[in-house]
Design a binder for this molecule. Structure first.
Ligand code: MOS
Length: 746
């Protein structure tokens, strides 16, 4: 059996299978973190946050809170149990480092927890928390990135192991000598993840072992992070997270809710539940940093790029460095002999920044693909023609071939389907009454990763299959995709497969992140299923009870719940009852892309092209996105329905980045002031009219056995730039500070 799925094996994979967990979700039977129970009434925790952004606690009076009705415990830095020290501040161990809470009198960011109140109800805990009096010694903090650009420094590393800088040829010379130059600076704001389900944890101790019901993308990170913080072996932490109401990167590592619930449950010898409020999430669970990006292009008059420069300056936490890899994609996107990309940081007194959907590309392509549009206009070239003219034949910085790359096809077919020819090159030419109409496009690129994963699969005497891995489904469709993989590989109906996820006792995976979920967990499960098939064939040809005993089963196939050999076929259930009534089990694994020759020898990315049509009210500046089309080249599509939903969600996210999303940091107090969904705007149904997704299917044989590529985050990349470019095309106003709100057009 080979490790690559051939055409003949096609069955469930590639079908638009509806979500197998859908009925559970829509009938309220899918259990989310805050809804778990072990039968006992849990105590409820509420954390009180600091009212300053930097300084120390000079005094804290918890007397009134302790005497308030229903209060069981009040925890502050004075009585919090010992925890490991925070750190190290810069480390590859970012996912697993100790994150102590209430560990000292230091305040490092606004709303950092200063007390935890545990009470019989959430309301009692919150009411009591309001009675706590804290005296602060306040220190001056740094909150304004722009004002501190003199203190810019080079990070130790950029996220995901990317180099901070890249230099090819001589950018400065080539740029200075270029016939056409574009030198533009774009600004992108702080943004927050805001998954529908806030961070929440129920902690239950059994002796010296703790079970954590939480909302996590990656169980292993939570397990390791909590174990480091509590100073106990990871085996004593069990993490359970079967359903997750969205993650977007903010549920990759433990936060205060998990640590505090575990500490309090141990103190009280009783289950403790904690949920962060939406407002607490803005301060305590990470954000996308504000960035200033300078993009420089040197080009010949015919449009050929001679120099590409992309400099990123990002805000970062003063106590824990995080550098989004915002210019990393620039190294693979377009050809040019002279190249320079750099990431730099300015420290501010905020909580740490975190990975946020499409880290790197989301803010990076917003700036870069707008700058490309500016260059196209200077050159009087169509934006697609400019990009095609600079299409590289190999990865321009790594010098290795692309595994597959169909960016040009995405742009050309997308343009055709969208009706790109209606676009006028000169802005402000298309009008319908008061409305100015504009068209814009942008390219998309996103690395294709594999994370190390193992899966276990069992088949019982009835031929029913159970797959288990510590993978999660953050709403992306993992349960469904993995059900398809097992069903197709074992040739059984979808209804014969049960996939169990979200328990750290199941085999280790890389969880949900980086768009690697389906390929990583899917490959591990696929290989586990192949191993089960080998066992079945071996027993079928040798077992005394087997009707196929002695037959050559090399050509046998598993189809429709049967084992077929020439004219013979045996129902899998009947066969299993004879040859393995106790059932069979097997494991399969896949290694990280870092350990893969295929990734060392090929540049692996998914691609796309986005097209937007906007209307802008000539009097009020109101912007409406009329329609959008995305052409996506992400290898084989495992499930066109869930894949389409991923791209639609990504497009919506990108539209929000272009037009709405922005967290305002108060420069005096260091707090995010629009910290709820009333004031932090994301697109709603009324903002999203007509989105179309077109998949350009191909098979990337070098990526994984399915030939698929990750696409969860691809849908965001470049979308905002397509919208911004359409606004420019409509109005002739180039806004270089996101989001593009109507005031910036007037
Ligand atoms: Mo994603 S930002 O890797 O959860």
């Amino acid at each position: 059996m080979t490790d690559s799925m051939n055409e003949a094996q096609q069955g469930a994979i590639g079908q638009p299978v509806e979500r197998v967990d859908g009925p559970l979700k829509v009938t309220g039977r899918a259990t989310y973190a805050y809804e778990h129970s072990d039968g006992r009434a849990p105590a409820h925790g509420y954390m009180l946050g600091a009212a300053i952004a930097k300084g120390r606690i000079a005094g804290i009076d918890t007397t009134a809170a302790e005497q308030a009705p229903g209060v069981l415990h009040v925890m502050t830095h004075r009585n919090a149990p010992a925890q490991a020290e925070f750190g190290p501040p810069v480390s590859a161990e970012v996912f697993t480092r100790a994150r102590p809470v209430l560990a000292s009198d230091r305040i490092r960011y606004y709303d950092e927890p200063v007390a935890l109140v545990v009470a019989e109800t959430f309301e009692a805990a919150r009411a009591a928390a309001a009675l706590i009096e804290v005296r602060y010694e306040k220190e001056a903090g740094v909150f304004d990135q722009e004002a501190h650009l003199d203190d810019t420094y080079a990070p130790e590393m950029a996220n995901a192991g990317n180099e901070t800088d890249s230099v090819v040829g001589n950018f400065d010379e080539a740029f200075a000598a270029a016939e056409v130059q574009v030198d533009v600076t774009y600004r992108t704001p702080y943004e927050h993840h805001n998954p529908m389900e806030p961070h929440a944890t129920l902690a239950i101790w059994h002796g010296d072992e703790v079970t954590i019901h939480t909302s996590a993308q990656t169980l292993a990170n939570y397990q390791a992070g909590l174990a480091s913080t509590l100073g106990i072996p990871a085996e004593r932490v069990r993490v359970i997270s079967p359903f997750i109401g969205g993650g977007f990167g903010t549920k990759l590592i433990v936060h205060a809710d998990t640590v505090l619930a575990a500490l309090a449950a141990r103190e009280l010898k009783r289950p403790v539940k904690m949920a962060l409020t939406r407002q607490q999430m803005f301060a305590n669970t990470g954000y996308r940093a504000q960035m200033i990006q300078r993009v420089r292009f040197g080009a010949q008059a015919d449009g050929r790029l001679t120099a590409i420069g992309h400099d990123v300056n990002s805000a970062t936490s003063n106590f824990e460095e995080f550098c989004e890899q915002t210019a990393a994609f620039t190294r693979s996107l377009y050809a040019a002999p002279n190249r320079l990309t750099r990431h730099r940081l300015v420290g501010v007194d905020l909580n740490r920044g975190e990975w946020m959907r499409s880290p790197g590309e989301a803010p990076g392509m917003l700036a870069f693909e707008c700058a490309m549009d500016e260059l196209a206009e200077r050159l009087e070239l169509d934006p697609i023609a400019l990009r095609i003219r600079n299409e590289p034949d190999e990865d321009p910085e790594r010098g290795v071939p692309f595994s597959t790359r169909n960016l040009v096809a995405c742009m050309e077919q997308g343009a055709h389907r969208f009706g790109w020819e209606r676009r006028r090159a000169t802005p402000g030419q298309l009008r319908e009454g008061r409305k100015l109409i504009g068209y814009g496009m942008a390219a998309a690129i996103r690395p294709n990763y594999i994370g190390a994963a193992t899966a276990k699969v069992e088949i019982n005497a009835k031929g029913r299959v159970t797959a288990r891995l510590d993978m999660t489904d953050i709403g992306t469709g993992t349960y469904t995709i993995l059900t398809q993989v097992a069903a197709e590989t074992l040739g059984v109906p979808l209804s014969a497969v049960k996939v169990e996820l979200g328990d750290s006792r199941f085999p280790l995976t890389a969880g949900s992140g980086g768009s690697w979920g389906a390929a990583s967990s899917g490959t591990a499960l696929y290989r586990a299923c192949l191993a089960i098939k080998e066992q079945i064939l071996e027993l079928a040809s040798t077992h005394a009870e087997s009707p196929l005993r002695g037959m050559d089963l090399a050509q046998a196939s598993f189809v429709e719940g049967r084992l077929e050999v020439g004219e013979r076929h045996e129902r899998l259930g009947a066969l299993m009852r004879r040859i393995a009534p106790q059932g069979l089990e097997a494991e399969g694994s896949v290694a990280s892309f870092r350990d893969s020759e295929s990734y060392q020898n090929y540049s692996q990315h998914a691609y796309g092209a986005h097209f937007a049509e906007v209307e802008v009210d000539g009097d009020t500046g109101e912007i409406r996105l009329r329609r959008m089309l995305s052409a996506i080249g992400a290898g084989r599509i495992l499930n066109p329905q869930t894949a389409r939903s991923q791209i639609l969600g990504g497009m919506t996210w990108g539209i929000g980045a272009a037009l709405m999303e922005e967290s305002h940091l108060d420069p005096h107090h260091g707090c995010f002031i629009n910290h709820d969904l009333a004031e932090y705007h994301v697109p709603v149904n009324a903002d999203i009219r007509d989105l179309e997704v077109v998949f350009l299917e191909e098979r990337d044989e070098r990526a994984n056995p399915f030939g698929s590529k990750g696409l969860g985050e691809l849908g965001v990349c470049g979308v905002g730039a397509a919208v911004a470019n359409a606004i420019y095309n409509a109005t002739g106003v180039r806004v270089r500070e996101f989001p593009i709100t109507l005031d910036k057009l007037l």
